[in-house]
Design a protein. Structure first.
Length: 345
């Protein structure tokens, strides 16, 4: 590599780090808040002051990114109403259908509970069961918002790896369910539901912007309480729980850390925006990357409220299979990330 190419590469790396740290990560905001607290006589290096700084910084950062991302994603989503999504999925067969279904999940609702009505609609429209399950797994676990938010905390390599492996889990999970021919375990009301194929209304640019604004307000109201809880938990972990405790339970010395994190995450209900501050604090305290990501995947994909909703649409055997496939997939992903912990960070 010549000198000019080396200088060009260094400049590109500096620009990328600036975008990651100062624009997405908003580290300048953390400095401003720390200086503000110090100016008010509250030592930001103390446990209490550090907790306040962590809380204010993460709430503001995640809220700003949340609103911006929801607006952008909702604007994109306005081009993919349920009717159009059904038509797109109906054009593919085999693994291609699972891949497209998983990709469509990245531009649809932000949590598993809001994904289930779409899953029911797709199933009642006659789409293959495995294809609809690929969508159901992908939608809460992987979205464009998670890519940007993860990038702001863990860096681009972790964010891209998380999204790619999440899509693989969704595709393979849907294919497993398809191969086992579980259609008879779908409740009758789902099979017999009327599927109204209405052509998607062509929206004007102004209407798409109005739709995106509505989604920002609606999603913010629903998600913000989880952000506050998640950041609050993160602040406690970051400043009050000894590092040795986290390393012992979720660090490399505990081979069962991934299993524990997955099982702890399942009963919780949150989305990617509520789990990221907890993940950020755990990482700073010495928890392994794969263990943290397993926790995040379990919370967003297998939350107890969403499983209760899904139980109304499918019979216990199919529900148990779905939970089993997702749980095993999440654990495998967790251990894989732990193997490459030092490479990715």
């Amino acid at each position: 590599m010549g000198r000019k190419e080396h200088i060009r590469l260094e400049i590109l790396q500096a620009i990328f780090l600036f975008i990651q740290d100062e624009i997405l990560g908003m580290k300048w905001l953390n400095t401003v808040i720390g200086n503000l607290l110090d100016g008010l006589g509250l030592n930001s290096t103390s446990r209490f002051g550090g907790s306040i700084q962590f809380f204010m910084y993460d709430v503001i950062k995640i809220t700003v990114l949340l609103c911006l991302l929801i607006f952008i994603i909702s604007y994109i989503q306005s081009y993919f109403p349920p009717e159009r999504s059904k038509k797109i999925l109906g054009q593919f067969r085999g693994i291609g259908a699972n891949i497209i279904s998983a990709l469509l999940g990245t531009v649809t609702p932000f949590c598993s509970c809001s994904s289930i009505p779409l899953f029911i609609g797709f199933t009642s429209a006659g789409l293959p069961l495995g294809v609809t399950f690929s969508f159901l797994i992908s939608s809460p676990m992987v979205d464009l918002g998670s890519l940007v938010l993860l990038m702001s905390i863990f860096g681009a390599r972790v964010a891209v790896a998380y999204v790619m492996i999440g899509l693989v889990v969704a595709v393979l999970g849907g294919m497993c369910i398809e191969r086992l021919h579980m259609e008879k375990y779908v409740e009758e009301f789902v099979k017999n539901a009327d599927s109204v194929n209405i052509e998607a209304t062509t929206l004007t640019k102004k209407e798409r912007i109005a739709y995106a604004k509505e989604q920002v307000i609606g999603t913010f109201k629903k998600v913000f309480p989880y952000i506050l809880v998640g950041v609050g938990i993160g602040a406690v972990i970051h400043n009050w729980i000894p590092e040795q405790w986290i390393e012992t339970v979720l660090g490399g010395r505990n081979p069962f850390g991934v299993i524990l994190a997955t099982l702890v995450g399942v009963p919780m209900y949150a989305d990617i925006f509520g789990t990221i501050p907890i993940a950020e604090a755990l990482l700073a305290k010495g928890a392994q990357l794969g263990t943290i990501l397993a926790f995040m995947m379990a919370v967003t994909t297998l939350s107890l409220p969403s499983m209760i909703l899904l139980k109304k649409a499918v019979k216990p055997k199919l529900l148990a299979l779905f939970i089993g496939i997702c749980t095993i997939g999440i654990m495998i992903v967790g251990y894989m990330f732990n193997l490459f912990h030092t490479v990715l960070l």
